[in-house]
Ligand binder design. Structure first.
Ligand code: 4AD
Ligand code: MG
Length: 432
């Protein structure tokens, strides 16, 4: 008899198979027990009929506690009433691991309680669906960049530099030196682009941000492509194609997860249409002021109410172009005809999910960059390797960073970024 994963049920209809699973829930009458089972790939029903299995197995099934691990044997059948579409008619049942008083019950629990039990909460159907979407985004990311001629490069996690400003760094001891956990691999990816042309990274990044919002994590994963011989306009095209590709793949490959999450496919389909709208920072400020946002002046950074308003003015993700130089990092390319803005863009997701991509064309002039490094109060000795890139064949180049968790949160249609990563690191939470 074959051991299978229930996800492959379609290929085994009518066959008797064995499946290792956990009991998510159950209900029973005097003659029949319905087990809600979970084998890691999907949730499905197991049916135990007393007259078929006999008294002993029936009693065992009836008394199974939530999250008991079992080996079930039985026939795979189609089940048109369930979301999943298949069930197993159980003929044999063996307990592998017992479970007593499982803390997460089908009733409602508060967020703190669930976060304290994140190691168990991951077993619930909603979390399972979110992790499937996350996995699909990861898979599709590699597919997109591989088929478009990018090579994956892994920048270091322990670094001596602070590309995104020094306020939110995690500092650690590196023997007798200071080191930081990476905020962004970008500067290393620029070196890699000069070596390999088109590159992307995909790794964890850290920000000691004292922000307690539904969009901020302390540890999050970022995809950072960097492209040599490329200007910003072309980068925006790569960005919108990449995001539309992610949405399309989630639509194509995450049917079950989208059902569990109740995500409207028609809404997602709108995000596969290209191009995405573009609005300048200047026009975005004017739009906000015209609509009663008295708190925003030219030069200010946008907060989440501003981003949400701008996003709601469009039906798709929107690029906000060319922010004030004063609120952006040192490495961005200055505008050719204006002193006050840089060549950059943030992509704002629809539906109030905020910024999912930050990117820019990079300054390539050695003297300008050195001046900026000094103006930002950074130690030029720590950046001498980076400045070297502008001495030996400096070329126009551009790149961006997409936040994985914000993208998962958006495409899943969930409330808070904390559910988009298996074990979120949040302000005041590093457990479990
Ligand atoms: O806009 P950011 O800070 O850009 C950079 O780090 C650039 N060096 C990227 C590049 O050009 N290579 O961050 C990029 C993205 C944001 O748009 C957001 O999606 C995500 O990373 N992000 C966060 N996600 C979760 N929690 C946080 N605290 C985040 N900070 C940024
Ligand atoms: Mg940003």
């Amino acid at each position: 008899m074959e051991s299978i994963q229930i996800l492959d049920a379609k290929k085994h209809v009518g066959e008797t198979v064995q499946i290792g699973a956990w009991v998510a829930n159950k209900r029973s009458s005097g003659k029949i027990a319905f087990l809600q089972l979970r084998d890691g790939t999907a949730y499905f029903q197991g049916i135990v009929v007393k007259s078929e299995v006999g008294e002993e197995i029936f009693q065992l099934a009836k008394n199974l506690n939530q999250e008991t691990a079992v080996l079930v044997t039985g026939e795979i059948r189609e089940d048109s009433r369930s979301k999943f579409g298949y069930e197993i008619g159980i003929s044999g049942l063996e307990v592998v691991g017992e479970s007593h008083v499982y803390p997460i019950t089908p009733k409602e629990h508060g967020t703190d309680f669930l976060m304290d039990h994140r190691h168990l909460w991951l077993r619930s159907s909603k979390q399972h669906a979110i992790m499937q979407i996350r996995n699909e985004i990861i898979r599709a990311t590699y597919e997109f960049f591989n088929k478009n001629g990018f090579i994956k490069i892994d920048p270091p996690i322990l670094t001596g530099s602070a590309p995104e400003g020094t306020t939110d760094l995690f500092e650690t001891n590196y023997f007798d030196q200071k080191a930081y956990l990476s905020q962004s691999g970008q500067l290393y990816m620029e070196a890699a682009a000069m070596a390999f042309g088109k590159v992307f990274s995909f790794g964890p990044t850290f920000r000691a941000e004292k922000s307690k919002t539904r969009r901020h994590l302390i540890e999050f994963w970022m995809i950072e492509p960097e492209m040599a011989f490329m200007h910003q306009e072309e980068s925006l095209e790569v960005q919108e194609q990449y995001v539309a590709f992610l949405v399309q793949n989630v639509l194509d490959n995450c049917d079950y997860a989208l059902d569990v999450l109740g995500r409207d496919r028609e809404v997602l389909k709108k995000y596969t249409k290209l191009p995405f709208p573009r609005i300048s920072y200047d026009d975005a400020v004017a739009l906000l002021q015209k609509n009663g946002f008295d708190d925003i002046q030219w030069g200010d950074d946008f907060g989440s109410p501003h981003e949400t308003f701008i996003a709601n003015s469009f039906d798709q993700p929107v690029f906000i172009l060319n922010y004030p130089k004063a609120i952006k990092p040192f490495y961005m390319k200055p505008h050719p005809t204006r002193e006050d803005v840089v060549i950059c863009a943030d992509m704002i997701a629809p539906e109030g999910y905020g910024e999912i991509i930050g990117g820019s064309e990079r300054a390539i002039d050695h003297e300008y960059l050195l001046e900026q490094i000094r103006a930002h109060g950074l130690d030029e000795n720590e950046y001498s390797w980076y400045l070297d890139l502008r001495k030996y064949g400096s070329v126009p180049h551009t790149g961006f960073g997409l936040g994985l968790e914000r993208t998962v949160t958006w495409l899943s249609g969930i409330e808070h970024v904390r559910e988009s990563i298996p074990f979120p690191r949040l302000l005041n939470r590093i457990y479990p």
